[in-house]
Ligand binder design. Sequence first.
Ligand SMILES: Nc1nc2c(c(=O)[nH]1)N(C=O)[C@@H](CNc1ccc(C(=O)N[C@@H](CCC(=O)O)C(=O)O)cc1)CN2
Ligand SMILES: Nc1ncnc2c1ncn2[C@@H]1O[C@H](COP(=O)(O)OP(=O)(O)OP(=O)(O)O)[C@@H](O)[C@H]1O
Length: 197
Amino acid sequence: MNNPAKLRKSIRAHRRALSKQQKRRNSLAACRHFINTLALIRCKKIALYLAADSELDPQPLLKKLLRLNKTIYLPILRPANVNALWFSEYRINDPLRSNRYGILEPNYKLRKPIPTWGLDLIVMPLVAFSNDGTRLGMGGGYYDRTLSYQSTRLSWIKPKLVGYAHECQRTHALPKRHWDIPLHAIITEQGYQSFID
Ligand SMILES: Nc1nc2c(c(=O)[nH]1)N(C=O)[C@@H](CNc1ccc(C(=O)N[C@@H](CCC(=O)O)C(=O)O)cc1)CN2
Ligand SMILES: Nc1ncnc2c1ncn2[C@@H]1O[C@H](COP(=O)(O)OP(=O)(O)OP(=O)(O)O)[C@@H](O)[C@H]1O
């Protein structure tokens, strides 16, 4: 399927059709793969997201990472309609507020955003991914704009970009657009797959 809008609609419907129990199982399995396979010792500052629209839920991972003394960041829609993101720290019991899509986010006045390249790892929400690490998101271009300084997939570049999704979001091929920032790796309930040689 070559039309991103149609593909988004179809994969979002697939993931919504997973049972509550299946979503929960996937979320726990992906959390295990994350903890067991990533070289976490080198990652201190990790950006997650709060699940919306049946995305693979990083909540169990968030709890686990806080227990491992990692610092957790969440995306904030930048004000002034620049369609890019900031990342601010999230600490347990911090007040959160709803953005224009109804997704909760930290208050950037309370928790000053960190420069994106100061993060070690970004766990990225997505709608679809393909076997070469191409990512299709919700369609706002937020992550792509925020990461546009990272135009090549170099193994040492920061932050590392790890897609986090249900296996049913995998597609054979995605049309690659020039602004797309490729993933370094993907984690699903089935395991970890690196796209870097
Ligand atoms: N959990 C999560 N947080 C995230 C993202 C994400 O994909 N997932 N984002 C990743 O970029 C940013 C928010 N981007 C989003 C873009 C579109 C829609 C969305 O629901 N769009 C509706 C149309 C809504 C409208 O136009 O008012 C839709 O497609 O049905 C949601 C989030 C930042 N936070
Ligand atoms: N670096 C950029 N500079 C300017 N425009 C961009 C950039 N990246 C993406 N865009 C624009 O944003 C729009 C949405 O892009 P795209 O469909 O790739 O978003 P997405 O990856 O699905 O969304 P998200 O990153 O928010 O999850 C496109 O019209 C594209 O032209």
